[in-house]
Design a binder for this molecule. Structure first.
Ligand code: NAD
Length: 485
């Protein structure tokens, strides 16, 4: 991935990509390889933008004055959704090739992206303005206040992570289009091809090119300009905590929306149906190769049912098919790269050295890392104290609900959670006392629909929500108009 791997074989369908500025494909002098984590072949190359390219992208975006009606915005988004559905095979192949995610995961992702487009279209048609009468108090006047939302005066910077190569991008671009904003997007350098594919789909569906520029490059060279260019009004970032905090430090007098890491628990109480709970446990832990901000990263289990629950999780883990990502019978492909797989292996080995017990997995070959179960895990072990962004299932036991809540709240993160109990009193305690953005009863922490509010607190985010509707709100300036009435 460092541009020095030219000896690699190129895959069939190799893509020599360019930047997207002002509706043109801009070729650059230097390139970055995009490598298939399973085959090691080059899937394509993308341009390494220079500071001049970045400045030009903001100039073009700032000069564009979007005038699309609500109808036109909805029509573009609906057309893009239809095109994407027709091309599910091609688009999911691209995601799988550059990320190593299984075809099952990438086909599922395409469905989610189409949903984001569809919800964006519906929301674009909806004016959520409010009307207030002003004669409500003794000193009131016969006037009305009307609220409205306007696009930002400046440009939105969007920076996305690798884990859902197209859906992370859609969750930023679609709300921007739906609100008539201008955006400069910098996708993850690990999976930039799906982002370019998505942008092209929107242009084909009729998006005016000035409304979306796509830059690829080395963040060490261009990130600061993306954060501090005078045209930037808002930065929307999804990714890890350290870069998120760097952005907060750099952004100055600008709005920022940060969706950062997670360390989400699945909490299993002693009354839980263990078949159902263990199904949620493995799905939450291994789908998308465990690379979801809301993946199950810790299983907190009541000690009375821990043995039985663990047996079921181990059996279901052994049955989880993984291997060649293009083989549709495999549930899981690779993780993003060999370095990530090595990190998981090292954390699991460290936990075992500290007294945890390895029950399944921890096998690594290149970027392939097997689904892994560990029990006798203690909250202070790195594998659960830090975010372990891969298919690892560490099991921690607790004695009662107070301890479950304390362990759950005991990390720096606060994104989401899943709860397995049928007792309403326990469920409502979790809903009130977990310091997280979401509590899902009888679902994995990752459960959501693309429309609804989503986002975390503590190190997981600043409490702003994403999801199409909330993102559209956060991308606008509120204005009130008052008049005699
Ligand atoms: P990352 O933080 O390494 O990279 C994210 C993006 O930041 C990339 O596009 C990268 O090029 C860019 N970047 C790098 N240096 C930068 C800088 N100095 N300034 C600005 N941008 C810079 O994250 P990743 O490894 O791609 O993704 C995994 C992380 O993302 C995990 O921590 C995961 O939990 C998190 N995530 C969060 C959510 C959420 O909604 N909360 C969703 C998915 C992933």
């Amino acid at each position: 991935r460092d541009g020095t791997t030219n000896a690699r074989k190129d895959s069939a369908g190799f893509r020599a990509e360019a930047l997207r500025i002002d509706g043109e494909r801009i070729r650059t002098e230097r390139h970055l390889d995009v490598v298939n984590p399973y085959t090691g072949e080059r899937v394509g190359t993308v341009g390494l933008a220079t500071i001049e390219h970045v400045r030009r992208a903001y100039e073009v975006a700032q000069a564009c004055v979007p005038t699309l009606s609500r109808y036109e915005r909805a029509a573009i988004l609906n057309r893009a959704a239809a095109l994407l559905r027709e091309r599910t095979e091609e688009a999911s192949n691209l995601i799988t090739a550059e990320s190593g995610l299984s075809k099952r995961d990438s086909v599922y992702e395409i469905g989610r992206v189409a949903d984001v487009l569809g919800f964006g279209a519906t929301e674009a048609l909806r004016d959520d303005g409010q009307v207030f009468s002003c004669d409500l108090t003794p000193h009131g006047k016969r006037r009305k206040v009307i609220t409205m939302r306007e696009p930002l005066l400046g440009v939105i910077t969007a920076i996305t992570p690798f884990n859902h190569p197209m859906n992370q991008v859609a969750h930023k671009v679609v709300p921007s289009v739906a609100t008539n904003n201008r955006m400069v997007l910098k996708p993850s350098e690990k999976v930039p091809l799906s982002a370019l594919y998505f942008a092209d789909l929107l242009y084909e569906a009729g998006l005016p090119s000035g409304m979306l520029q796509v830059l690829t490059g080395d963040p060490r060279e261009i990130a600061d300009e993306l954060l501090t260019n005078p045209s930037v009004d808002l930065i929307t970032f999804t990714g890890g905590v350290s870069i998120g905090k760097y952005i907060a430090h750099k952004a100055g007098y600008r709005r920022i929306v940060l969706e950062l890491g997670g360390n989400d628990p699945l909490i299993v109480m002693d009354d839980a149906d263990l078949d159902k709970a263990s199904d949620l446990a493995v799905q939450g832990s291994y789908k998308n190769s465990g690379q979801r901000c809301t993946a199950v990263k810790r299983m907190l289990v009541h000690e009375k049912v821990a043995h039985e629950f663990t047996e079921r999780v181990v059996a279901k883990t052994r049955a989880w098919r993984y291997g060649d990502p293009m083989d549709a019978t495999n549930e899981m492909g690779t993780v993003i790269d060999a370095a990530a797989a090595k990190l998981f292996e090292a954390r699991v080995e460290e936990a075992v050295a500290q007294g945890a017990r390895l029950l399944a997995g921890n096998k690594r070959e290149g970027a392939m890392y097997s689904p892994t179960v560990l029990d006798r895990v203690r909250p202070e072990m790195t594998v659960v104290r830090e975010e372990t962004f891969g298919p690892v299932s560490p099991i921690i036991t607790f004695k009662n609900i107070d301890e479950a809540i304390a362990i759950s709240n005991g990390t720096a993160f606060g994104l989401s959670s899943g709860i397995c109990t049928n007792r309403m009193d326990d469920a409502t305690r979790f809903a009130k006392e977990l310091n997280v953005g979401t509590v899902n009863l009888w679902q994995v922490p990752g459960y959501r629909i693309e429309l609804t509010p989503f986002g975390g607190i503590k190190d997981s985010g600043l409490g702003y929500k994403e999801g199409v509707q909330e993102a559209m709100k956060s991308f606008c300036n509120g204005k009130t108009f008052t008049m005699p009435w």
